[in-house]
Every structure is written in structure tokens, then in C-alpha cells.
Design a protein around this ligand. Structure first.
Ligand code: FES
Length: 155
């Protein structure tokens, strides 16, 4: 999975916005991930080449952040928090509901490729828990009564 010429050009463009190549690493990883939905070993090598920084650095940074996928994911990625505030407000039952409704286990992808489900530690919405991200959309105050309606919007 090579990066397209367009993606490579975007990485070069974003590189010019930062005083050092390392500063451009996070946006470059986003650009690479947008190509195929995840970051393959080839994508890491390509980002390393484009920014002229060691591949180990690229992999190390990507491995730190949960928003970078190191394996193929479904068309939509649900990142549901089950940390303390969300757990107290019922997040674990929401995991069960999502798993049962869409046939997707935590850490896995539904057989139809529609959803991947990732269990997150705090995503910064403790005051409006439970919370989740679906792709880049933020959803709060989740309940068994609203979460399925929200997820039905994602095909
Ligand atoms: S504990 Fe879930 S958002 Fe903070």
C-alpha cells in the first residue's frame, strides 16, 4: 500500500508549515492514514521517507496515539470510553449493546466491515459521560436509548 502522489504532496506541503520534520509528523500520519484507513508498514516507511526521519520514530509516535490504526479497520471506527466516569454512567452496558447489535467485539470489526469497536481510556468528556468518537465525530451523554440511533447514521 503505497501512498498516492497526492498524499505525498500533501505531506510535503504540511512539512513546510513546521520548523522541523518532527513537527509535521502527526499531520503526516493523518494524511497517510486517510489513504487506506490505517497505517501499514509501507505507510510508516513512506512517511519516514517523505519527512526524512527514522522509521522507528514514525512508528513510535504512531504507537503512542490511539487514533492511529496499526491494523485494518472497518468503514467506521467507534472509540467508546469505559474509564471511571463513563463506567459509572453505564458505558459497559453500551459496549454490550453495540457488540450485540452490530456483531462487533471490542478490538474487532463487524463481519460486514461497517464498524470497528475500540475501548478507550478517558477521551476528555467525563462531565458528559458516557462518550465516544465515531470516526472524527464526538458524541456525549450516551444512553441505551440514543446510542443506536447515533450509530445508525454511519453506514
Ligand atoms: S472517563 Fe470517559 S470521557 Fe473521561
Amino acid at each position: 500500500m503505497m501512498l498516492s502522489d497526492t498524499a505525498r504532496q500533501k505531506i510535503q506541503d504540511v512539512r513546510k508549515l513546521y520548523p522541523s520534520a518532527r513537527g509535521a509528523l502527526l499531520p503526516a500520519l493523518y494524511i497517510a492514514q486517510r489513504e487506506h484507513g490505517w497505517l501499514s508498514p509501507e505507510a510508516f516507511r513512506a512517511v519516514s521517507r517523505e519527512l526524512r526521519i527514522p522509521e522507528a520514530t514514525v512508528r513510535g509516535v504512531a504507537s503512542f496515539y490511539a487514533m492511529f490504526h496499526k491494523a485494518p479497520v472497518g468503514r467506521n471506527v467507534i472509540q467508546l470510553c469505559t474509564n471511571v466516569a463513563c463506567m459509572i454512567m453505564g458505558a459497559e452496558s453500551l459496549v454490550d449493546l453495540i457488540s450485540k447489535t452490530f456483531d462487533v467485539q471490542p478490538g474487532g470489526t463487524s463481519p460486514d466491515g461497517r464498524f470497528s469497536l475500540i475501548i478507550m481510556e478517558c477521551i476528555g468528556a467525563c462531565g458528559t459521560a458516557p462518550a465516544m468518537l465515531v470516526n472524527t465525530d464526538f458524541h456525549e451523554n450516551l444512553t441505551a436509548g440514543n446510542i443506536l440511533d447515533i450509530l445508525e447514521r454511519y453506514k
